[in-house]
Design a protein around this ligand. Structure first.
Ligand SMILES: Cc1cc2nc3c(=O)[nH]c(=O)nc-3n(C[C@H](O)[C@H](O)[C@H](O)COP(=O)(O)OP(=O)(O)OC[C@H]3O[C@@H](n4cnc5c(N)ncnc54)[C@H](O)[C@@H]3O)c2cc1C
Length: 420
């Protein structure tokens, strides 16, 4: 881990911004500059385009970008999950080929893990990958694929060996979404949005060169993705899906990659609308309470403070873990649990503040419908990235050493297990 301190980071980046920021260049050009300067994902190792910096150091990068009113690097599942996973498990060719287009926002990724019969029991997945010369033929169905409709690449896990035990016959691929045999169908949520999709895969192909981490090693690779996902979601505070800087990755910007980057700078307190709608953070809630005159209500005050304390405890806990403090191995799980609790509490505090207005549909609301949106989205964070119950199971079994859930012998070949 680099020894550079926060002040040095701020100085180096501020100088770099002076030389490189130009509101008149396109979003793609700006992201290319950030990526070429190794500012897009500083927590990645140097050989993967990062700087090997800690979460604290990387947070200083984001806050410096904010302070200079410039657009941040691309976000999305590519930067959040695919790049760190490939950096750990990919070979040299994959790191060089797959990571740069993530860091400059030119290629967006989705996560092709869950299936109709394999969510919490992810290792029970049925999608098959069959070797055909230098390629693999993929057939199966994925579901809840966030951003699948706009992604060019997918982190795909598929079964390559039905004779091996459940967790051992799985392989991880970097999969092209835009090819014959891949059909993406949007699923509309109760929020009215279509954040996720069903993905039907019928004899689509993936090159052997895009197999990540070795044949049959997909469960270990997928666990890296899941671990990174929990930690990232958990450190995002009460926002449903934290968007750390002004704009989103790849096609998530629609056709705006070619637009002037200066047009996407947010105001100081601006947080971009995330895929889950606009979240409710403590500052926004306390401003709302002041605006509508309930800030002196002792119950409202108390609930806002409780929310703030829980958020701070989670934030500090994550910092402590990342700074090398004592680790239990469950930091990511605990942070994810805290995040879903924060989302529920912020929903409740929002509704406490707006009272009966919360029963109105968002367009009829006097407070622009943000609390209503957050209320309808609030069940999601306790499900995605592994449900709350699954996080607790992991903590119970792997950290506290409680007995494992009853189930078939781990060595039983997959094909002999009861299938959904
Ligand atoms: C907004 C959103 C976005 C998502 N995005 C993606 C994505 O991009 N890619 C992707 O692959 N997946 C995605 N998912 C899917 C998500 O990971 C799964 O929904 C989740 O893992 C749960 O799986 P399931 O829906 O099949 O529920 P199930 O596994 O069927 O679980 C149903 C219920 O049973 C409980 N349960 C199951 N097993 C146990 C157990 N052993 N002990 C105790 N309780 C248990 C669960 O906690 C849950 O309450 C997303 C989900 C949501 C809500």
């Amino acid at each position: 881990m680099s020894e550079i301190n926060i002040e040095e980071i701020k100085v180096e980046l501020s100088e770099w911004i002076q030389e490189n920021w130009d509101p008149d260049v396109t979003v793609s050009e700006w992201w290319k500059r950030l990526s070429d300067g190794s500012w897009s994902a500083t927590s990645l190792p140097v050989e993967a385009g990062g700087r090997g910096w800690s979460r604290v150091q990387s947070a200083a990068v984001m806050s410096t970008l904010f302070a200079h009113d410039v657009v941040g690097p691309p976000t999305g599942l590519g930067v959040m999950l695919a790049a760190p996973t490939i950096a750990i498990h990919g070979n040299e060719d994959q790191i060089e080929r797959l990571i740069p287009p993530i860091l400059d926002g030119s290629v967006a990724w989705c996560q092709l893990f869950s299936e109709p019969g394999a969510g919490s029991d992810l290792a029970g997945l049925q999608t098959r990958a069959v070797k055909d010369g230098d390629e693999w033929i993929i057939t199966g169905q994925k579901v809840w694929t966030s951003g699948g409709h706009i992604a060019e690449k997918g982190m795909l896990i598929a079964r390559t060996d039905v004779d091996a035990p459940k967790h051992q016959g799985i392989t991880y691929f970097a999969f092209d979404m835009d090819q014959p045999g891949v059909e993406v169908r949007p699923l509309r949520e109760m929020t009215g949005r279509a954040l996720f999709n069903e993905v039907f895969i019928d004899e689509a192909r993936v090159s052997n060169a895009d197999l990540i981490g070795g044949i049959g090693n997909g469960w270990a690779v997928a666990n890296t993705t899941l671990m990174v996902e929990r930690s990232s979601l958990g450190s995002g505070g009460p926002q449903p899906v934290s968007v750390p800087a002004g704009v989103k990755a790849g096609k998530l910007l629609g056709n705006r990659l070619g637009t002037k980057v200066g047009d996407h700078v947010l105001p100081d307190d601006g947080r971009m609308e995330s895929d889950g709608g606009r979240g409710l953070d403590v500052r926004w809630l306390s401003d709302l309470a002041q605006k509508i005159g309930s800030a002196n209500d002792p119950v409202v005050r108390q609930e806002i403070v409780k929310l703030h304390i829980l958020g701070e405890v989670n934030r500090l806990n994550m910092l402590r873990a990342k700074a090398g403090g004592s680790k239990t191995g469950a930091e990511g799980n605990l942070a994810k649990l805290a995040m879903s609790e924060l989302v529920r509490r912020s929903r409740d505090v929002g509704n406490l503040i707006i009272g009966a207005d919360g029963m109105l549909s968002s367009s009829a609301s006097s407070f622009d419908g943000r609390v209503q949106e957050a209320t309808i989205f609030s069940p999601a964070p306790s499900i995605y990235g592994g449900t709350d119950q699954v996080q607790r199971n992991i903590v119970g079994e792997r950290v506290l050493g409680l007995p494992k859930e009853p189930g078939p012998n781990k060595e039983t070949p997959f094909k002999e297990l009861l299938q959904n």
